[in-house]
Structures are given as structure tokens and as C-alpha cells.
Design a binder for this molecule. Structure first.
Ligand SMILES: Nc1ncnc2c1ncn2[C@@H]1O[C@H](COP(=O)(O)OP(=O)(O)OP(=O)(O)O)[C@@H](O)[C@H]1O
Ligand SMILES: [Mg+2]
Length: 414
């Protein structure tokens, strides 16, 4: 058994299930609209899918069971309201919110008569969106229970060589072990994916196969293209990048969106390793992430590059709560105080991973994440702590003794 059983897992909190899951139907949202919705609601909002195609929407909403479905009314009104009626009938646990530029009393009345629970005028106003989603969040609290909602984590760095692939592999393995949940890595380095190397895998299939068979893609087919870290176990799997030159060319934003949506429904955690350049595909991955880990190392080019990324995220309207700065390969050096870096970046550092080249390279050479090959190493424990902070599940070591906690605090400055 590759994933050893953990002695005691204490679920301290479940940030995963506190977010409101939303599916958008009728069209995709603009960056601005997405940002407005995300920042409006006090309860975190997780846009789990955008489904421009209405017939597909009914099936997907039924499968994903989101908290809310946002129907962007466009085209023929009768067709739109028929869709709302079917959604209400087939997924009664999902709150339907209609949205339109046409907010005439007639349209609003028709929306409510079809079964919509709320109406949001376009363009969105933060106040109105906040009121609508707060109400939906409260209904859930009073409702029958918590929804299962998986989490998408992107590990990104705008500069190469900061350790994104290594951190993605080790974080995913740590989350799978800690939470005893299904974690799936998607290698979005479409021209030169290294994940198989870091995980000791030899994938038979890749994103290329998904794209090639996109017209008949369903959960089962997608699952068959994943490579499992332990044969027969779903705990840690990989959707590999194509391993032959030129096979990335046909991969589009639409493919990546749908792949992430489908993997979300099948896994508890989907962990993305996007490429460094801010291509359309990278932005799609970052948009989809509930947690966006921005990696940097302790050198001027990397700090500058991280600062630039934060500026870009701000321009893209990304909610600051989603962005978590992670300092990788950390060694204490007098020239770089953590507080100085935080001042430059104008944000606090969420986590620090030590520099331990011998352990890192040994793990890569044997193709085994540290949580499996060297679980007692400092790096492995740091990855477990990071996994714990992101999942909200206490690492077993954390409950050992207060004394040890205090000791750890001295070298883990969070
Ligand atoms: N915490 C760490 N301590 C020591 N070495 C590390 C650490 N993290 C990563 N490395 C090393 O840094 C090197 C680059 O790591 P990795 O391939 O993950 O970076 P990357 O950002 O994915 O690079 P690329 O630009 O090629 O995609 C690897 O040799 C890895 O062993
Ligand atoms: Mg890489």
C-alpha cells in the first residue's frame, strides 16, 4: 500500500464545503463579471463550471449538484424559461438565479414563475450579488446539510525553475495522504510535462487523448486516461501532458475548462501545474483555482517576477483571498528578511518550504514524493503542514504535543 494509513485525522474545519458552488449557464462570464461575483459574496464563491450549451447544462447540474445555477438569459425568452423550469424540476436542491440585462417586470415575473429563486440584473452590482448569494448561503445553513465540493489548487510561478512541478507533486501526495481523499494532478506544461518523472509514472494516455476524443468524453472515458500512482487506487492520479512534440497544438481553453470541471466532480482535490507563461490556457487554469499558490524563491529576479504576477492578478480582478504566496527553497540569509519580502510584495507569505536539495533530488530520482520516500524529513513535514492548511485537516503530528508545536513555530513562520 503506497499511501500509509494515518493514525489519527482530526477534521478541524471544512473550508471546502463552506464555499457556495455555482454553475454558470448560457454563456461564459467575463473576467470582470467573475471578479465581481467572487468579491461580492462574504461566503467564498466557487464557480465550478461555465456551460454555454443549454442541453448539456441540465445533465451537468444534475451531476455536479451545485448550490446555485446562474442562468444568463439570452436569446429566446421562452426557451430560457423552459430551461429554468427543467433545472428546477430535475435539480431541486440547486437554487436557480436568473440574470439578464432586461430587467422589465415582465421578465422578472416570468423568471420567478419558472421557479427561479433570485434575479440578478446585468451588469452585476456587487451589492445586489452580495445580497443574493448571502441569502443562498443562509438557506444552505438552514437546509439539509453540507454539499460535497472539491477544491482546485493551482501552483504557479511566472519564472521557471522555482519548483512548481516539485511542489505540485509533493503537495498532491501530501493531501492524498492527509485527507485520505482523491487528488488528481493535471500537468498543463503541454510541451514538456515533467510530472510523470516526479511521480515515478509512465502514462499510457495524456491530455492529447482527451482532446482527440472530446466529442464522446464522459466521466468514465476521462477516468480511463488518468494514470494512478498506485494501480487500483484512486488516491493520487495524474492527467499527463502529451509526451510527443506537436500534440499540444489542438488543446483549447474550452477543453481545459471542461477537463477541470469534470475532474472536480470526480475528485476531492484537483491540483494544477500550469506553465509559466500567462497563455490563455494558464489564465484558464488560474481562473478555475480556488487556491492560487504563487511560488517564488529567495532571489531578486524571482521576487520581481512574483511582484509582477501579483500586479497582473490584481488587474485580472482576482480576489486576494485566493492568492497564497509560497516561498520555496528557503534558507535564512541576512540580506532577505521575510518581513522585507512581504513589504515588497504587499502581502503576507502564506507558507515557506525549506531548501533541501539532497532530499528533493533524491525524491525526483526515485520518482517518489517525499511524503512517501522520506516522510520524516523536514521537507515532507512542511508539505504536510501546507496540505493541512489548505485542506483544513489537522496533520497527525500537529496534535502530538504543544511543546512540539512551539518548536515547529520557530522554523515555520506562519
Ligand atoms: N524545496 C526545495 N529544495 C531543494 N530543491 C528544490 C526544492 N524545490 C524544488 N527544488 C529543485 O528545483 C529544481 C526545479 O524544480 P521544478 O522542476 O519543480 O521547477 P519548475 O518551476 O517546475 O521548473 P520548470 O521551469 O522546468 O517547469 C529541481 O531540481 C528540484 O529538485
Ligand atoms: Mg515544471
Amino acid at each position: 500500500m503506497l499511501v500509509p494509513s494515518c493514525p489519527e485525522i482530526n477534521e478541524v474545519k471544512k473550508p471546502v464545503s463552506r464555499a457556495i458552488s455555482v454553475v454558470v449557464i448560457g454563456r461564459t462570464l467575463s473576467q470582470q463579471e467573475r471578479a465581481c461575483l467572487r468579491s461580492a459574496s462574504q461566503t467564498p464563491l466557487s464557480i465550478v463550471a461555465e456551460l454555454p450549451n443549454a442541453p448539456q447544462a441540465i445533465e451537468e447540474v444534475h451531476r455536479l449538484r451545485p448550490q446555485a445555477a446562474l442562468v444568463m438569459i439570452n436569446g429566446d425568452l421562452t426557451t430560457n424559461f423552459q430551461l429554468v423550469e427543467r433545472l428546477c424540476k430535475e435539480s431541486p436542491e440547486t437554487a436557480i438565479v436568473c440574470s439578464s440585462e432586461n430587467s422589465s417586470p415582465d421578465v422578472i415575473l416570468q423568471a420567478f414563475r419558472s421557479g427561479a429563486r433570485e434575479f440578478l440584473r446585468l451588469p452585476f452590482s456587487e451589492t445586489e450579488a452580495a445580497a443574493v448569494f448571502t441569502k443562498i448561503a443562509q438557506t444552505r445553513v438552514l437546509g439539509t446539510g453540507e454539499l460535497h465540493l472539491s477544491r482546485v489548487i493551482a501552483v504557479y510561478s511566472s519564472k521557471g525553475g522555482c519548483g512548481t512541478t516539485f511542489v505540485t507533486a509533493n503537495l498532491a501526495a501530501s493531501i492524498a495522504r492527509l485527507a485520505r481523499k482523491r487528488a488528481c494532478i493535471v500537468d498543463l506544461n503541454l510541451q514538456a510535462g515533467d510530472q510523470p518523472l516526479y511521480l515515478g509514472l509512465e502514462p499510457n494516455y495524456s491530455i492529447y487523448d482527451v482532446v482527440r476524443n472530446f466529442d464522446r468524453l464522459d466521466d468514465q472515458l476521462l477516468a480511463s486516461y488518468l494514470t494512478h500512482r498506485t494501480p487500483g487506487s484512486q488516491s493520487l492520479s495524474l492527467l499527463a501532458a502529451p509526451n510527443e512534440v506537436g500534440r499540444d497544438e489542438d488543446v483549447s481553453v474550452n477543453h481545459i475548462n471542461r477537463i477541470i470541471t469534470m475532474l472536480r466532480a470526480q475528485h476531492d482535490y484537483v491540483i494544477l501545474d500550469p506553465q509559466h507563461t500567462l497563455s490563455e490556457i494558464t489564465v484558464t487554469a488560474l481562473d478555475a483555482a480556488d487556491d492560487l499558490l504563487l511560488l517564488l524563491t529567495l532571489d531578486i529576479p524571482s521576487i520581481r517576477s512574483a511582484k509582477r504576477s501579483l500586479d497582473i492578478f490584481s488587474r485580472l480582478g482576482y480576489d486576494k483571498k485566493r492568492i497564497k504566496v509560497v516561498l520555496n527553497r528557503y534558507t535564512k540569509i541576512p540580506e532577505f528578511e521575510i518581513s522585507q519580502i512581504e513589504k515588497v510584495l504587499e502581502t503576507s507569505i502564506f507558507a515557506i518550504i525549506s531548501n533541501d536539495y539532497p532530499s528533493a533530488i533524491a525524491s525526483i530520482n526515485v520518482g517518489e514524493p517525499l511524503v512517501q520516500s522520506k516522510p520524516q524529513s523536514r521537507l515532507a513535514r512542511e508539505f504536510m503542514t501546507l496540505a493541512s492548511r489548505l485542506s483544513g485537516i489537522k496533520a497527525p503530528e500537529e496534535s502530538v504535543s504543544d511543546q512540539k508545536k512551539e518548536k515547529e513555530k520557530k522554523w515555520l513562520p506562519w
